[in-house]
Design a protein around this ligand. Structure first.
Ligand SMILES: Nc1ncnc2c1ncn2[C@@H]1O[C@H](COP(=O)(O)OP(=O)(O)OP(=O)(O)O)[C@@H](O)[C@H]1O
Ligand SMILES: [Mg+2]
Length: 458
C-alpha cells in the first residue's frame, strides 16, 4: 500500500516532540530558579559573615580602626570545601585596614549592603559588602567590610538541580512513550480482530460485520457493511440472471437445434423453409428472454445502489414516441393502438427504464388483448400526480389472478405468446425505483385490463 504509515510511530513522534519542547522550556525555567535559589542561600551566608566581621571592628585608643577576625567567622563562611573565602576591611574612604587588598570593591549606590558577581585571581566570585561605623564615644568612624567567595558550590548546586530535573523529565518522557506504545497496541487490537474476522470469512459470506469495534471505526465498519449489502445484491442479481438465463434459454435452444436438424434432413425446399422459420421464431424468443432477463438484472443492480433522483423526464412525449413505434406491430396484430395525453407531464425518472416499462405494457396488451382489440396508452396528471396507463378491451386478467400475474415467471395459462412472465414484475420494479405505484384494474365497461402507474409529484 502506498503511503502506508504507522499510527503508533506517528503518535509516538507527536508525543516525543511535544514533550521535548515543553521539557526544554521547563528545564530552562528550573535552571533559572535553581541559580536564583542557590544565590539567595549563599548570599545570606555571605551577609552573615560580613556582619560577624563588622562586629569585630573596634576603635583603638589612638582612634584607629582595628579588626580581630575570629576563625569561626571564616569557618562558617566556607559553605563548601572547594570554595575559598576572601575578605577585606576598609576604613574611611581610602584607608585599607586588613584582608586582601586587591579584592574588588563594588559600588554601594548609597545602600548599607550590596551583592555582586565579580572575578578575583581569574575565578568567578560572589561579593557581599556591608557598610557600618564604629563609635569612639565622641564620633563614629565609618568602615566597609567586603566578603567574597568563589562560586564553585553554588554552581554545583544549580547544576545538580538541573541534572535531576532533566533526569526526571527523561524518565517521564520514556514512561509516556511506553504507555503510548502499550495503549496503541491494545487499542488497535479490535482492528486486528476485525481484519482477522473478515479474512477468515468464506468468499461468498457477505453478512454484515457484527464485531464490536471502537466508536472511531464504527463508521468504517458501517461503510464496509453497506458495501457488503450492495455486493450481495449485485451477486444475487448475477446469480439470478445466470440461473434464469440457463433455465429459460434451454427450451428455445432445443427448438433451434431440432429445427436445424430437420432442415438438414429436409427433402423439399418447403420443408427446409418451414424449419428455418420455426428456428427463427425460437431465436426471436430467446432474444426476448435475454432482453427481459438483462433488464431484470439491471433493475436489481440499480435498485441496490441508491442513486440520486434523476432529472425530470417529459413523460408525455416519451410515451407518445414509444406508442408510435408500436403502431406497425399493432397493425400486424390487428389491434387499434392509440395515444391520449396533452400538455407536458414530468416525472423524476430515468427515460430508458420508463421506456422499458411502457414497452412491456404495450407488448402485453398486443399479445393478450386479441385480434380486433383496442389499446390506449394514456398520460395524465391529476393534482400533481403523474399517471401512465395502458388500457385494452381484451379478455383481461380475472381479479383473483392479478396478484399472481405480478410475480416473476408467472404466466397466464392458455397462451402461445413468447414470454417468460417477467414483464409485469419488471414494470413493478422499475416503477418502485422511481417511487411509482402499479395498479391492475378492469378496462372500460369492465372489459379488458387497465394497468396504471402513478408517480408522486416531481
Ligand atoms: N393485457 C393483458 N391482458 C390479458 N392478460 C395479460 C395482459 N397482460 C398480462 N397478462 C397476463 O399476465 C401474465 C404475465 O404477464 P407478464 O408480462 O408478466 O409476462 P409475459 O408477458 O407472460 O412474459 P414476458 O413479458 O416476460 O415476455 C401473462 O402471461 C398474461 O397471461
Ligand atoms: Mg409481458
Amino acid at each position: 500500500m502506498s503511503g502506508a504509515y504507522s499510527l503508533r510511530r506517528r503518535l509516538l513522534a507527536w508525543l516525543l516532540i511535544s514533550t521535548a519542547v515543553i521539557g526544554v522550556i521547563a528545564l530552562a525555567d528550573t535552571y533559572r530558579e535553581a541559580v536564583k535559589t542557590a544565590n539567595t542561600v549563599s548570599d545570606r551566608v555571605l551577609a552573615g559573615s560580613a556582619l560577624a566581621i563588622a562586629e569585630r571592628v573596634v576603635v583603638s585608643e589612638d582612634g584607629a580602626l582595628e579588626v580581630d577576625i575570629p576563625y569561626v567567622a571564616l569557618e562558617m563562611l566556607t559553605s563548601a570545601a572547594q570554595d575559598r573565602v576572601f575578605y577585606r576591611v576598609d576604613g574611611p574612604p581610602g584607608t585599607f585596614i586588613t584582608g586582601y587588598q586587591n579584592l574588588p570593591s563594588i559600588d554601594m549606590k548609597g545602600e548599607a549592603s550590596a551583592y555582586a558577581d565579580a572575578e578575583f585571581r581569574g575565578e568567578p566570585i560572589r561579593i557581599a559588602v556591608l557598610e557600618r561605623s564604629a563609635s569612639t564615644g565622641i564620633n563614629s568612624v565609618p568602615f566597609v567590610v567586603t566578603v567574597a567567595e568563589t562560586t564553585i558550590a553554588r554552581r554545583q548546586l544549580a547544576q545538580t538541580i538541573l541534572l535531576r530535573s532533566a533526569l526526571r523529565l527523561a524518565v517521564m518522557i520514556l514512561g509516556a512513550a511506553t504507555i503510548v506504545w502499550i495503549a496503541v497496541t491494545f487499542s488497535l487490537r479490535p482492528l486486528y480482530r476485525l481484519g482477522d474476522a473478515i479474512s477468515e470469512r468464506s468468499p461468498d459470506d457477505l453478512h454484515p460485520i457484527r464485531q464490536s469495534v471502537p466508536s472511531e471505526v464504527e463508521g468504517l465498519v458501517e461503510t464496509v457493511n453497506s458495501f457488503m449489502v450492495r455486493l450481495q445484491s449485485a451477486l444475487d442479481a448475477l446469480r439470478h440472471f445466470s440461473g434464469n438465463a440457463s433455465h429459460q434459454l434451454r427450451t428455445p435452444l432445443a427448438i433451434i437445434r431440432t429445427q436445424l436438424a430437420l432442415s438438414a434432413r429436409a427433402s423439399t425446399l418447403e420443408e427446409a423453409q418451414a424449419a428455418a422459420r420455426k428456428g427463427d421464431e425460437a431465436v426471436a424468443h430467446a432474444e426476448r428472454i435475454l432482453k427481459q432477463l438483462l433488464m431484470m438484472a439491471k433493475i436489481d443492480a440499480a435498485g441496490s445502489s441508491q442513486r440520486a433522483l434523476p432529472e425530470p423526464l417529459n413523460l408525455t412525449s416519451l410515451a407518445q414516441e414509444i406508442t408510435a413505434d408500436y403502431v406497425p406491430k399493432a397493425g400486424e396484430a390487428d389491434v387499434d393502438l392509440g395515444f391520449e395525453g396533452e400538455g407536458q407531464v414530468f416525472v423524476a425518472a430515468e427515460p430508458l427504464l420508463i421506456g422499458e416499462l411502457l414497452r412491456n405494457l404495450i407488448e402485453n396488451a398486443l399479445a393478450y388483448a386479441g385480434k380486433g382489440a383496442e389499446v390506449t396508452v394514456r398520460v395524465a396528471s391529476l393534482a400533481g400526480v403523474a399517471r401512465l396507463e395502458v388500457e385494452d378491451n381484451g379478455p383481461g386478467i380475472p381479479p383473483e389472478k392479478r396478484q399472481i400475474a405480478r410475480q416473476r415467471f408467472a404466466r397466464g395459462g392458455e397462451t402461445d405468446a413468447p414470454g417468460m412472465g417477467l414483464g409485469l414484475p419488471i414494470v413493478e420494479e422499475i416503477a418502485s425505483l422511481f417511487a411509482g405505484k402499479v395498479d391492475l384494474s378492469d378496462g372500460r365497461d369492465g372489459k379488458g385490463l387497465k394497468v396504471s402507474v402513478t408517480f408522486s409529484p416531481v
